[in-house]
Design a protein around this ligand. Structure first.
Ligand SMILES: Cc1cc2nc3c(=O)[nH]c(=O)nc-3n(C[C@H](O)[C@H](O)[C@H](O)COP(=O)(O)O)c2cc1C
Length: 141
């Protein structure tokens, strides 16, 4: 039992609105994240567009908490909302220190984001987005 609990991974999903989004800023975030996350045994995915960040982070509890504290204080985005936190036995993105993808057509239009689509999203909807995303990546292999 203790062993099982110890091996559980935390995951955290949040959304935010980019502040000053451009390709250079995004590349900077990604390069830094990949380096840090490898060191901290974190994996995950960042879905982004100029009007939206949606990130899934998974890994040891301490690493998630420490990293999210830094993310919350980052002035490259605003309106940070935690959509889900939980424990999970397996990683959805075991191969990606931080996979990045644009918002897909099955997610939301800019109009939907503008009119508050992310205000109404449930924890399970948020998790399902990343489960589907992770499955698509596995199907591509
Ligand atoms: C949308 C967004 C996602 C981020 N994701 C991560 C991440 O997954 N891992 C990480 O270490 N930093 C991430 N950051 C950067 C952190 O906010 C912070 O700048 C960085 O962790 C500081 O790293 P340092 O301690 O090496 O200077 C993200 C920032 C933004 C704006």
């Amino acid at each position: 039992m203790t062993g099982e609990v110890k091996n559980l991974l935390k995951h955290l999903i949040y959304s935010s609105r980019p502040f000053g989004f451009d390709q250079n800023i995004l590349n900077g975030i990604l390069v830094n994240s990949v380096d840090n996350n490898k060191r901290n045994q974190l994996t995950g995915a960042l879905i982004c567009r100029s009007d939206l960040y949606l990130q899934y982070l998974e890994g040891p509890i301490e690493s998630i908490n420490e990293t999210f504290k830094k993310i919350e204080n980052d002035d490259r985005h605003v309106e940070i909302k935690v959509l889900k936190e939980g424990m999970h036995a397996d990683r959805l993105f075991p191969k990606w220190a931080m996979r990045d993808d644009p918002v897909r057509s099955w997610m939301w239009s800019r109009e939907e984001v503008d009119t508050g689509a992310l205000d109404n999203i449930s924890a399970s909807d948020a998790f399902n987005i990343f489960q589907r995303h992770s499955k698509e990546l596995l199907d591509l292999q």
